[in-house]
Design a protein around this ligand. Structure first.
Ligand SMILES: Nc1ncnc2c1ncn2[C@@H]1O[C@H](COP(=O)(O)OP(=O)(O)OP(=O)(O)O)[C@@H](O)[C@H]1O
Length: 649
């Protein structure tokens, strides 16, 4: 698909600086050979055009690093003036002019905004009709603070990365809607009817092996393109994989994506990827990971479309890791020696786990199991690459991947629709329960299967550290012990009443004696994490039994009531993550992420309270923390509701 119609619009006005070949019909291919030919050709074109752009000293939008230096070579004032004349808002030109270089903004009147079709952590997505052509598009309203250059620059990073990519299996940015007077922007994408989360969770849809191969192949083609262009996606999950009615799959949401550069290789943040899809090295706090984290996520998606539900649904980082061990087997001794993991002892399970992947995927062909095992290897280097996955036996043996056009036309069913259905189901269940007078007081609704965001994002909600060296649960625990500091997230967490964590409620009832803070189980389905136990023991001298591995696990796959209360706190922490790599020096993709200054959430649009701010306090002030935390939770919930109302407008 080319640009939005050229009259209203305007993607790239200057074709010589176009980062992508605009207005070129999208290539279609259904075999690996056709795809390979496309990749070879596009890489060649890209290298040639880069060379010519470099020599012309133009082309800021295409090669991001070149872009930055070229822009800085030009007079910033001139560029800004030119962009302002083109209709871009001043705040955007001054903070991230390279993101829109060579483009002119689309006008809001060119689109008729229809219903809301998606709600992400950083965005609200609407279906819209392009007035002139009647074409359906998706308008993604990105959340950021236009008064904060850092916030603008990180929003702009998504634009720059999207402009760098050009592939039929990658969501293409078709334009940007804004105006000189506007404080917001909308990214314009082709409208996609489905996402893989919605399709795979639909009990009426069961994919054949040829269909699974078709989706997986398209996903891997798209990912191969990203990796070849040096882009790590860092948020691959079923809901970010969109599918249209022609059976074409596109990888979307590049909001957490980053470039792989020599400079940033060892300085990335580990707080990326939604928990259920997060690779073990990230859970262990790695800051020097590579594109193989995306392959792990692809493995999780592969299993999800085979099984109809996410395969690794942890609620905390440590529980996620434990579920991984149970699925892929605990790593051998050599793993710990070779990978030199800080605080390895905290991550090592007490028991050896045999892999259970084969049993869980017993309907999958041998070649499929082999590919899945490869993608879900504990050791990043054993996961291979997107290209090696595409060349695996799985795709080369019968039944071959079907042609996308032969895929059925599914009824609308996105992650969002699944949530709607779940909402209706809950309402009906509540009414029934109320009418029959059965059930607990204040019973909270259950979360849909496909809502990893709420709890998947929970564990990383408190990632603003006093000590920049603290990068994971284990190190938090250690530092806490040494420095007499602790974090709330290191304490045991159980389900409980809306007013706070169950253990916290129990603690309040007995405020004088902290050592009575024992393992709290009654109404809970979640239990203590191993790290929490060790931490509590070290810090408070508490004996928080049980001390076996099963304590890591949340019993059952059902939801956790208290976590239900926290979406906006999770949201804030994701914003913290996203903006956590700022150094105020512009859109330099090589900048350190791990060392970045703490994000000041106060300026974000959610309010002035530092909801997910530092939660490291001197020990002995537990009541203060509990109170503060509970009031933060309540505020976060109120703000989340308010924000949702605003977003819906
Ligand atoms: N082009 C599109 N067509 C149809 N729906 C879309 C499109 N792009 C996004 N959506 C819907 O909007 C949702 C949110 O979009 P997106 O994932 O880009 O936002 P985000 O704020 O980065 O979300 P997240 O919290 O998942 O990181 C998607 O899950 C999807 O259902």
């Amino acid at each position: 698909m080319g640009c939005i119609s050229s009259k209203n619009v305007s993607c790239l006005t200057d074709q010589s600086v176009s980062p992508v070949q605009e207005n070129v019909p999208e290539p279609k291919f259904s075999t690996n050979q056709q795809h390979r030919a496309f990749v070879d050709h596009s890489l060649e074109t890209s290298h040639n055009s880069r060379r010519s752009r470099r020599s012309k000293r133009l082309g800021a939008g295409s090669d991001l690093r070149i872009g930055v230096s070229l822009i800085s070579g030009l007079s910033h004032r001139n560029v800004e003036a030119e962009q302002a004349a083109a209709g871009w808002p001043a705040w955007l030109c001054s903070a991230a002019s390279e993101a829109v270089h060579g483009w002119v903004p689309l006008k809001a009147e060119a689109f008729q905004k229809l219903e809301k079709i998606g709600q992400g952590t950083y965005s609200s997505v609407f279906r819209a009709r392009e007035v002139e052509t009647g074409k359906m598009v998706a308008l993604k309203k990105v959340k950021f603070d236009n008064l904060q250059p850092e916030s603008i620059r990180f929003m702009a990073r998504e634009i720059l990365i999207l402009r760098k990519l050009n592939h039929p299996n990658i969501m293409k940015l078709e334009g940007i809607v804004t105006s000189r007077a506007s404080s917001s922007i909308y990214l314009v994408f082709e409208y996609m009817e489905h996402d893989l989360a919605g399709l795979s969770s639909n009990p009426d849809i069961r994919f054949t092996e040829a269909q699974v191969k078709c989706y997986m192949q398209q996903l891997l083609w798209g990912l191969e393109h990203c990796h070849m262009r040096g882009v790590m996606h860092r948020d691959i999950k079923a809901s970010n994989i969109l599918v249209n009615n022609k059976g074409v799959l596109k990888l979307g949401d590049f909001g957490l994506a980053n470039m792989v550069t020599a400079k940033n290789r060892n300085q990335l943040t580990s707080r990326v990827v939604t928990l259920w899809y997060r690779a073990p090295e990230l859970l262990m706090g790695s800051t020097s990971y590579g594109v193989s984290i995306d392959l792990w996520s692809v493995g999780c998606v592969f299993a999800e479309i085979l099984m109809g539900k996410p395969i690794l649904k942890g609620r905390t980082e440590i529980e996620q890791l434990h579920k991984i061990y149970k699925l892929s087997g605990s790593p051998p001794d050599s793993f710990w020696k070779r990978n030199k993991i800080t605080h390895a002892t905290s991550f090592r399970p007490q028991h050896t786990y045999e892999a259970t992947l084969r049993e869980r995927c017993n309907e999958l062909s041998t070649t499929g199991v082999f590919l899945l095992e490869t993608l879900l290897s504990m050791e990043p280097e054993k996961r291979g690459t997107a290209s090696s996955a595409l060349n695996s036996e799985y795709f080369l043996t019968r039944p071959y991947a079907c042609d996308p056009s032969s895929l059925p036309k599914y009824p609308p069913n996105k992650e969002m629709d699944a949530k709607h259905r779940e909402g209706l189901r809950r309402k009906r269940a509540n009414i029934k329960q109320r009418d029959s007078g059965v059930g607990r007081k204040h019973k909270r609704p259950h979360r849909t299967e496909h809502d990893p965001k709420s709890y998947a994002k929970l564990p990383i909600r408190q990632d603003t550290f006093e000590d920049k060296n603290i990068t994971n649960d284990a190190s938090r625990a250690t530092t806490a012990t040494q420095g007499n500091y602790y974090k709330l997230s290191d304490l045991p967490m159980t389900t409980g009443p809306a007013s706070g964590f169950a253990w916290a409620v129990k603690r309040r009832k007995d405020p004088d004696n902290i050592s009575t803070l024992t393992y709290y189980q009654p109404s809970s389905r979640s239990q203590l994490s191993g790290t929490s136990v060790a931490f509590a023991k070290n810090t408070f001298g508490l004996n928080l039994k049980p001390d076996n591995d099963s304590a890591w696990e949340v019993q059952g796959d059902d939801d956790d009531q208290i976590i239900e209360e926290l979406p906006s706190e999770g949201k804030l922490s994701r914003i913290g993550e996203r903006y956590g790599s700022l150094d105020g020096s512009g859109l330099d993709f090589s900048q350190r992420e791990e060392d970045s200054p703490k994000i000041n959430l106060e300026h974000l649009q959610y309010g002035k309270q530092s909801i997910s701010g530092p939660l490291i306090f001197k020990s002995g002030k537990i009541d203060e923390i509990l109170q503060r935390n509970e009031s933060n939770i309540r505020q976060a919930v109120r703000k989340s509701h308010f924000q949702r109302e605003q977003d819906d407008r």
